[in-house]
Every structure is written in C-alpha cells, then in structure tokens.
Unconditional design. Sequence first.
Length: 343
Amino acid sequence: MIRFIHMTLISLLIAGCSVSEKPPISPVAVEGVAFYSMPWTVKVSTLPTGVSAEVLQKDLQTVLDDANTVLSTYQPDTELMRLNAAPVGQWVKVSPMLLRAVQTAVAVSELSGGAYDITVGPLVNLWGFGPKAVPDRVPDAAQIAATRAMVGWQHIGIDAGQSALMRKADIQIDLSSVGEGVAVDALVAHLQASGVKDFMVSVAGCTRVAGHKPDGSGWVIAIERPDGSGQAQQLLALTNQAISTSGSYRNYHEIAGKRYSHTIDPSTGAPITHHGVSVSVIAVDGNIIRADALATALNVLGPQRGLALAEQENIPAWFIEHTEAGLRVQYTQAMKAWLPKKK
C-alpha cells in the first residue's frame, strides 16, 4: 500500500445550495478508500448510461487499486519499486501514469529550487516519519549530511519520447506526495471516458470539478480551517479547475520534548521551522498532479518565500499560518479570481 509521508489530509468540503424554490436535486455520490488509507468521494450529476451507482463505485475502486500497483512503495512488485530496484544508469520503460507523475514532480522540483523532492524519503525516515521508529535524539549534523547525500531529484533521468526513466545515482523515488493527485487524475479519466461531463472528484486533499451540479449551480469548494474544527476557512467558486491543499499541522511528533513537523526541507535536511500550516493551490488548467506537487513545495518554502514564488509564477495560492494573534491568511493576486464576489 502507499503510505502518504506528506499527509495532506486537509479536507475539501463541498458546499453551496440551489436558489431554486424547488427541492434541490442531489448529485449521485459514491465513495471508498484509496491506497488503503485515503478517503475518496465522487459526485456526478448524471450516471453513465446503463451504469448503476453500485457499479460505478466498484469501477472507480478498481481504477484506484490499479493505480496502487503502479505507485506503491510498500509492495515490492509495483512498477515504481521495480524502477527503484533497477541498476543505476539503466533506462526503464514505464507506464504513462508513472511517467507523467515523475515528469510533473521533477518540473516542480526545478521550479521550487529543490524545495520539492520525490527522493527525500531517507531524510523523512531519519526524522522518524517513515517506517522507522521515532528517534530518541535529534539527528546530528553528520547524520543529516550523510543522509542528504542520498537525496537529489537531479539524479532522475527522463526520456519522454521513449517513455523511460533512469536513476542516475542510488536514490529512491517516492511519489506519496503526488499520490492523491495521480488518483484524482485517474478517476477523472475514467469518468470522462464513460461520458460523464459534470462531476466532483476528491481524494483526501485533492479535488477536481467539471461542469455543474444537477440543479445547474456550480460546485463550491471550501478550504477547511486548520484547527480541527471542521469549519470552512474560505469558499471558492470553481468550474473546471482542480485544487490541492497541503498542510503540516496534523502530522508531527516530539523528540526530546520538542515538536517537529513531518514536512522536511531538503535544503536543510530537517523539518520546517516556519509557522505556515497549510497551502492551497488551484490548477486553472485542471492539472491536479502539478497542483498537488506545488502545494507541497509552497508548504516547504513557507508563507514568505512560497508566496513570493507563487506571485512570480502567477499561481493561485492560499496560505494560512499561525501567528501570536491567531491564524493569518495571505493569497496571491491570481487567487482573487476564484474568490466569491463581494455583494
């Protein structure tokens, strides 16, 4: 199974109602669990021709189970693990799903100056957020330096024309940080191939919408307030876009009495120290995998550096951080287009 190191479990609440006097027509909803741990929900305005809700649920679950055989790092025979086991310097033919995930991740690594890195697993394990137990002591400088030498997105070779990947050094690739986005992408592809045009697809912190609800109104998404209350922090009016939220406030542990976030900064080899708690990114083009990776990258960079990069790249992004006065929200100019218009 996939165990998501970056636990982007910030819920995306589905909100909004019809203004019609008639009782609203509810979309058909099906749900399940992706990768044995991530809740997924799909809502469609109309079922595919000749397909019941029960059949649709089973079909979508099969799509996700198939994705697990590509992405998992907890099963030795998955496509990703076969790539990780291949000799260094050897090209390996891969599926379109794996190629797109790695291509997207590497592009975001380059854009973020390495703040995002799908080879960061050894550092995650060093700090006790992987399969190994939480250490009794904080790793020292020598341990961090030695582990950082095992990390580096630059060591991933990509030959898109041949649909092949290569490990140029003895690194291990882990796609947990974009697994939710890949899962949403796969579900959307299945729905569209089935002729479904109006839908909302959500896997943990990633959501993609298209078209309208059965009553003709749009899908309205809410970013959850990062305090465990389950309340909405902000409503967003989306039509044919995707959104991903990455947060660091739920997953942490203590070492020698000090709390450490699970989000690791590859540049330092240690958990982040800024006060940012969540970042939400809208993919205007619907590219949920890129939005998933970007949300993680901006979360690593933090409210200051992350906001600067998002503004520079015209990325619709929403940042929430803890301050002494409470939660503080910042967002890019590009995000304003998706906020409800003030009356």
